[in-house]
Write a protein that binds this ligand. Sequence first.
Ligand SMILES: CC(C)(COP(=O)(O)OP(=O)(O)OC[C@H]1O[C@@H](n2cnc3c(N)ncnc32)[C@H](O)[C@@H]1OP(=O)(O)O)[C@@H](O)C(=O)NCCC(=O)NCCS
Length: 397
Amino acid sequence: MSTTTDATPSRNAVLDVEVPRGLKGVKVAETAIGNVRGQEGFFHYRQYDATELAKKRSLEDIWHLMHEGRLPDAAESAAYRERAGKLRVEAWKQVHQIVPGLMAGAELSEVDVMATLRALIAAVGAREAWKPWLDLSPEEIKDQCSRAVALTAVGVAAIYRTKHGHAMVEPDPSLPHATDYLRMVTGETPTPEKASALEKYLDLTVDHGFNASTFTARVVASTGADVSSAVVAAIGSLSGPLHGGAPSRALAMVDEIGSKENAEPFIRGIFERGERLMGFGHPVYTTMDPRSIMLGEIADGIGGDQVELARHVEQTCLDLLEELKPGRGLKTNVEFYAALVMRSAGIPDELFTPTFAVSRVIGWTANIREQVENDNRIFRPSAEYVGAEPPQDVPVI
Ligand SMILES: CC(C)(COP(=O)(O)OP(=O)(O)OC[C@H]1O[C@@H](n2cnc3c(N)ncnc32)[C@H](O)[C@@H]1OP(=O)(O)O)[C@@H](O)C(=O)NCCC(=O)NCCS
């Protein structure tokens, strides 16, 4: 007979545990994929500092690390890059058929790229009848996860170009994933500087602990549902302005401020209206977000008036947060410089959040695989009921 203690409740024990709102700080799973140490301003992919990886390795190498559990050697790295190219070519076969149909009859100027991306991944899952992962082998699950990564890059570019009346651009499997994504968006092979700036942004945003979209992907996967459902749900989660939907807003604020003199009165106005500064604050970091430090350096390398203004706006925001919200540990987050780096690399503003999805889908799918391969347990928390006292008589009419 098995015994349990308070520390190891039986599987069916009814627990009554109060946790912070939004599950802030609550450990809900074990993971070997990576983590964030908010107070130290440090995050890692598996056993490596993510910022060091971004400086030294390619996006495909990081993809390999996240999905295969270790960094590739030189031969494996070349093979993985080739594989990524083939996956994009495979994805294209679906994307160029499905995207025009999804957008036919829509008011193109109103089309939302993230919403259409959700529809695209859902359509591929539906057309190919992706089964609940419970009915699939680990190899089949891995294959679908890899395909979701390629579909996201090829899909975002195709949706954007169709929306703006441009012909969709076919993938070039000989190029690195990041470079090819940028080429499919703009229609031109980017300069090495632009490709490198974008690749570093993508490297830095592959994974970031149990953020909302990653958790969403794992919750859906925990039910046994198919991979496309988990990815579609994660895309929806990422689209929210409090998560991935903020980068264009952060840069829009800098654009609207327009000049150094206007920064302080403009930002004070935001506080007076009780609004939040986009690109500042983070649920985990109470110190500088290491991604914003590295992206700020990349932006400095690109230089120019816009970067100078952004630096000034950032400092003014930090000074006013210190003055008006002291002790909250509100610092610059990844979104602030992410937008600047993406725009400098040639990514249009409306693709800031979809481009975040292009990298984060690598993390989502690594998490989906970990969730399903390691003693999966369905997520099933409970809520405190605060409505009218039950049971009350049901009125008869
Ligand atoms: C990211 C975010 C949702 C994290 O929120 P959180 O850590 O849960 O913080 P809370 O919502 O509990 O806020 C704590 C306090 O800081 C303030 N605060 C948090 N972020 C703020 C911001 N960006 N601007 C101004 N004040 C902010 C809140 O008003 C609150 O103040 P109070 O103590 O006087 O009530 C939040 O900082 C935010 O909305 N930021 C802007 C959006 C953004 O950049 N998102 C991208 C995240 S990577």
